[in-house]
Design a protein around this ligand. Sequence first.
Ligand code: ADP
Ligand code: MG
Length: 216
Amino acid sequence: MTLQSHARFITIEGGEGAGKSTVLAALREFLLARGFEVVSTREPGGTPLAEQIRSLLLDTHHEPPAVETELLLVFAARAQHVREVIVPALQRGAWVISDRFTDSSYAYQGAGRGLDAGFIADLERRVVGIEPGITLLLDIGVAHGRERARGRDLAPGASGPDRIEREHDHFFERVRDGFLARAQAEPRRFRIIDATQSAEAVAAQALSHLRALADT
Ligand SMILES: Nc1ncnc2c1ncn2[C@@H]1O[C@H](COP(=O)(O)OP(=O)(O)O)[C@@H](O)[C@H]1O
Ligand SMILES: [Mg+2]
């Protein structure tokens, strides 16, 4: 069984503070202005149950999950998200933009935690079954991304770093390399964007990729 690709399904990937949420808002505005229905969502999460699983994943109040527990929780949330939100939206013709999707599992639980990519691919085939038509990878150095995320998390009302944001730089270096390796392996789906540029420049590049896709 292969993955079903959906042209109107866009995912945005990259490390902490790369600017994923910022780009998502720009893409959403662009598509809404053209009269499309847009469902913007995020992972882990995207449904009430999946958001509860997200809290379990990111909380620091219980013992740290085993790496296998982390992987299965992420996929449990994704199974729900795909069935409750993403597939129904695509079936009614909406665009779906997700802040993170399965590539994040290959990067964080695979490259980052050292879990076998073949096992992740099995879960992807059996539990997810779909893939985006286009994935924007926002690439930025680990220190630079963390600096941006810190600035955001110091804003009034923001919560402090979550369990994964507390990881060491080495972990995030492996995550970054994991994302880049995914992009190299699937050049037709991925567009790598230099996320060190200004928010305006990043959004302009993301929109040009989206326009190219919409014209074809
Ligand atoms: N290109 C950019 N240049 C400078 N700051 C940015 C840029 N993109 C986003 N930011 C800021 O950096 C912080 C992290 O961006 P955010 O979109 O929340 O990243 P992510 O969702 O990838 O973690 C936010 O405070 C945001 O306003
Ligand atoms: Mg974000």
